[in-house]
Design a protein around this ligand. Sequence first.
Ligand code: FAD
Length: 671
Amino acid sequence: MEKITDKIAALPADANYFSLEFFPPKTGMGFSNLRDRLDRMARALRPLFVNVTWGAGGSTATKSLELAEICQRELNLTTCLHLTCTNMSRKMIDTALEDAKALGIRNILALRGDPPRAAEYQDANEDPENAIDEGFVWAIDLVKYIKQKYGDYFCIGVAVYPEGHADESHPLGQSLEHDLPYLVEKTLAGADFLMTQLFFDTDAYDKFERCLREHPSGAFKTMPIIPGLMPIQSYQMIKRTTKLSHARIPDDIMARLDTVKKDDEKVKNVGVDILCEIVERVKEIKSRTSGPRGFHFYTLNLEKAVSFIVERANLISSTPEEDAVADDGPLPNIPGLVVNGAPPPDYYQGTSRSRRQSAVGSEPRNRVIVSEHTLSNPEYEAPQADAGVKAGPINTRANTLAISEGEGVLGREATWDDFPNGRWGDARSPAYGEIDGYGPTLHVTQAQAISLWGHPKTLEDVNTLFVRHLKGELNAIPWSEEEVHEETGIITDQLVRLNQKGMWTVASQPAVNGVRSEDPTFGWGPHHGFIFQKAFVEFFLSAAAWRTLQEKLASPEVHGSVTYYATNAAGDFVSSDFSGGVSNSDTAEPTGESDEGYVAGENSTNAVTWEVSFRAWAEEAFGIFSEWAQVYGKGHESEKLLEAARADCWLVNIIHHDYMAKEALWDLLSK
Ligand SMILES: Cc1cc2nc3c(=O)[nH]c(=O)nc-3n(C[C@H](O)[C@H](O)[C@H](O)COP(=O)(O)OP(=O)(O)OC[C@H]3O[C@@H](n4cnc5c(N)ncnc54)[C@H](O)[C@@H]3O)c2cc1C
């Protein structure tokens, strides 16, 4: 049984179930770590199904299918492949659907993706097979297409937005009421289930579900509606995500996060509490309609927070054997559940404890190791995959869950990247990279892009946009939809000078020499600490200017004080770092003007200087450059200017090691 709707229908009417969403990691190391993570989470958490995201316009096509294969084929997880339809060729859509079918995938989340690009963007010389298919404008076009080609072979899900979709498709703006007529059509065209955008406002969700269930069309009366929830991984990230998704954070939730915002550990703790409360509230709402209650979690490829949430909110399904053993009372020697150092509130403990203890008793020990295929008596035999696991009950589900939650040495190893820091993270982490796995995108519509950035005609026009962003006159540049960070304020003049010279800065950090961790601008982490950080800056600049700068960086008087990394759109790469990428060991992570969610645990340093991280980010950064150019349509003056700049320029990252010399980096670059 591989269709999601069949699986839901087979559950008891009062059951809870959940799904987990993953995106294809940016790097090979991230992929291999995600495979282990998925395996662990599948065993520990037992999601009903997993989702694999798709980069808008097909930007992650190969990687998405690779990840879907791992999920469906290798790990035997019921998999739902996301598929967008705009800005892609019909051939690409056909290939994705055929590949999904070949992999045994029976579930597709049919999406639009980014708004369709200007028609004139089409390249007249493009092989017609690879040309963008203008027949796909809305998600409904894909739903109809899949239905027409595959009948009922695929179970089709569609996206819904409890607070309304936010990309200005409707002239009066974001609202559920504006979406409804289209949503009815999209559902009647062949959707089997609905999956929502993330939300924190349970009143909005309540109104949304009621509105759908009572809709006169009857289209949603019995249809599974799966609410999307995002664990709170960090303060910065949740602010950014809600801004991008236009999901409101209710004041009381924001106030709870605001009180702990400088301490990442506490943010996570409070975030688990908040999400568990949301689940409880949504369960109440869902109990108005009979049938199993589902939840979808946007994991961002991380495991710790979501593991706590599904366990504490009692969403993990148990097997009949576990239920039987659960009644036998507590078993000794199993560590109590600890949420980031603190036991969970009592009201969650009863069910979690009995489930975990029961699972320990249900797993055989001292088994014969046999190959996966010859396993015939699980009481006495264990597959080879488990053979490498240390003695003791660590491969039981309960202990796998404890590992996913970060307990003990194994848990710390498994959740080492628990604090995601986007671009500034470690590229070995599955969570490394852009925030949602939907591929490099401007995060604004074409109309918004033009209203923000106009039609640049010269490189000086681009300089001006960057300068205006630094001065707070423009609230986004293509590489950052955030306003400039507070700490960047103290180097604004220096950055303005660089941008006026054509060094388009996308991230930066001032030097800091021992300020207290409570400092309102630079402080972070636990109290009574001190912050030391090196100045760094990352910028695009022309190839000719880079050649001159590179000579300067190689000169004897500068050489020892800086580390640099530089690459261009063609993938040429140069660096002064011959240490395998690890240096800068005594600094905190940078917080730049485009930094997404700077967070740091005790051991999370160095990441910015790792070559592999830089290269992975650069690919995305040049991708965003293309996205911006494409806003204007093929052959437009602005498109030609931006494409030429993209093809010519280098992305350069420079760190100055003398954190006591606050002006050293800026003097070096401005002279
Ligand atoms: C659960 C979920 C998963 C997602 N996964 C991905 C992913 O993997 N990759 C990715 O790139 N993006 C993903 N997205 C984002 C999604 O692609 C965007 O939100 C996109 O902007 C809209 O997609 P849609 O399928 O909802 O579009 P649609 O259903 O086409 O709706 C888009 C907007 O257009 C309006 N509209 C629809 N039809 C018409 C019409 N005929 N005339 C006028 N207006 C109309 C709708 O009311 C809505 O406002 C996901 C979103 C959700 C909620």
